[in-house]
Design a protein around this ligand. Sequence first.
Ligand code: GLC
Length: 550
Amino acid sequence: MGTWKDKVVYQIYPKSFRDSDGDGYGDLRGVIEKLDYLKWLGVDYVWSTPFFVSPQRDNGYDVADYYQVDPAFGTMEDAEELIRKAKEKGIGVMFDMVFNHTSTEHQWFKRALAGDEEYQNYYIFRDGEPETPPTNWESKFGGNAWEYVPSLKKWYLHLFDRTQADLNWDNPKVRDELKKVILFWKEKGVEGFRFDVVNLISKPEKFENDLQGDGRRFYTDGPHVHEYLKELVRDTGIDQMITVGEMSSTSMENCIRYTNPAEKELAMCFHFHHLKVDYKNGDKWELQPVDYRKLKELMMGWQQAMADHHGWEAVFWCNHDQPRAVSRFGDDENYWKESAKMLATAIHLLRGTPYIFQGEEIGMTNAGYTDISQYRDVESTNYYEILLRRGKSPKEALHILNERSRDNGRTPMQWSGETNAGFTHGTPWISIPENYHTINVAAEMKDEDSILYYYRKLIALRKAEPAVAEGNIEFLEETDPQILAYRRSLGDEEIVVINNFGNEKKKLDHPAGGAEYQILLSNYPDQEKGEISRLRPYESIVLKRTGKKN
Ligand code: GLC
């Protein structure tokens, strides 16, 4: 059994967290400044997205040197200080390992381009004619997934931007190089790792056209992925550390294997099925209202399967690739506070390790940009063009970005109501939503009924109640799509969690199973009256059984 079951992870996107030197970009010293805040919140680990040397085409997910801090973020001393100071405060630091691909600025790729065959074999190059890419696979950021290099008369594979070349994991030298990277940071005191799109590392032996889709079925959870992960974990000795794999379009069966402790692969994984319930026909760039029935079924199905087969999920709504949950699944206009707290409750008391993405704990909303020039993300700007080519009007395309762009999650952290939300003294690299005047850390610190305080209580609850960390899960009220209710139990201890995902009132029969109970937490301050059979819009109630069942 892992030691991370009662732990909570906080995700930092350093570029947008806190700028200490006024250049408009967040940096590592900015993170160090805010460690006391994170300690106050009560989180155990901080995962920072990449700050290694990078041309920043994909905000650091295009790494040019795994061993150096990008000067835009600070120095190696800053990284070391961050690790040390966090540890002193009881917070473990997790770094982000982008091992599916490197930047085309990486030395290995440059040597490959210069004609060195040894380094060409670090990547996936195929001979070919300039007109015909080796396969019809699509890049996740739009367009074909192959790029032609005229000087070599070869194509290379890039599942993401064309400046992110996929590594060839079938080459043992590549695997050894990547192990060295882990050992380097482990030596420096890093306590855990997040592995970027790690279920895409193993490509098929034969590359063929996908006549049914965009190619993902050939390389997702690919042929040797489990073997390569086991080897990586074994040879770097990280099996006792907190590790999380980001799994793109994965399956339950594979996630069980990735995380079942007996397999010695990873501690937990992220999957994204629950974050596609507003994609029309599975297309991120076609809008549809949230399908709450599907959301509920997915959450129930995954939780149950992972529990039955000793898997472990990272549970989350938000990250740097997702729109803000309160704007997406809640109601950021009429029930901002209630729905943000409800969403938090629904996730935090599940079986799994909760992840909080910076700003989520104060209810930050989508960016609300009104002009395409405000967007920075390469995926968003690519897709804006693609949407126009597909026949959308600029207004429609902008509306889609407003809902779907990754920049919704990348706006600067709203620390205060002062200039630039207290994020920077300079000009922020990306615009800050106007609502920072009211939605900010300083304001919520002064208000014990704030979303921020509520997150703090949820984190504390996971530590105070063993059933939350270790208990079984059983879902209650299986039919109503707006209600997500579950019971966590461990020995005699029993916690019942009820969430209303809608803005309508709901009536519930015997939510506590007819037993005596105590209210542990609710997002409506007057709930101590115990009116638990009538739920108000977005209401959450957490009960603890105190007496025997009738
Ligand atoms: C992951 C990251 C995302 C990045 C992509 C390619 O999905 O979270 O930000 O663009 O991998 O590295």
